[in-house]
Design a binder for this molecule. Structure first.
Ligand SMILES: [Zn+2]
Ligand SMILES: [Zn+2]
Length: 124
């Protein structure tokens, strides 16, 4: 189950993100839809070799520098035999590379100020 978190900046920018994993996290179809290009190709290669032992994907907080948007980016983790691989989806808006933000603090992509975060619920 994932969490819904609302980020708000004093400049007026706000964004509500569905983060974490839902019931689709172990399913293959969403991987096909969400992970374009090289991420999906690498996953398919591992799968074809029969080397894919386990996978799941979830939404992680990221910022797209091109769009200047905070977003929930699909991130795929899979194990090729015993080696863990992590692939991130392209920005769903522009197709560019979004930057994951593992830190607790979130800085506003519009003005650079620190954003307030509030947990608003759970989703699945
Ligand atoms: Zn973008
Ligand atoms: Zn701001």
């Amino acid at each position: 189950m994932g969490q819904t978190i609302r980020y708000a900046c004093e400049c007026g920018y706000k964004k509500e993100l569905h983060l974490g994993g839902g019931f689709l996290s172990n399913q293959v179809e969403p991987v096909r839809e969400k992970f374009g290009g090289s991420a999906l190709a690498a996953y398919d290669r591992a799968n074809k070799k029969g080397a894919l032992t386990r996978f799941f994907w979830e939404y992680k907080r990221a910022v797209c520098p091109a769009c200047e948007e905070l977003l929930a980016l699909p991130v795929l983790r899979y194990w090729e035999r015993d080696r863990e691989r992590i692939r991130q989806a392209p920005c769903p808006t522009c197709g560019g590379g979004a930057k994951l933000n593992p830190d607790k603090e979130q800085v506003c992509p519009k003005c650079g100020a620190r954003m307030a975060a509030e947990r608003t619920g759970l989703w699945d």
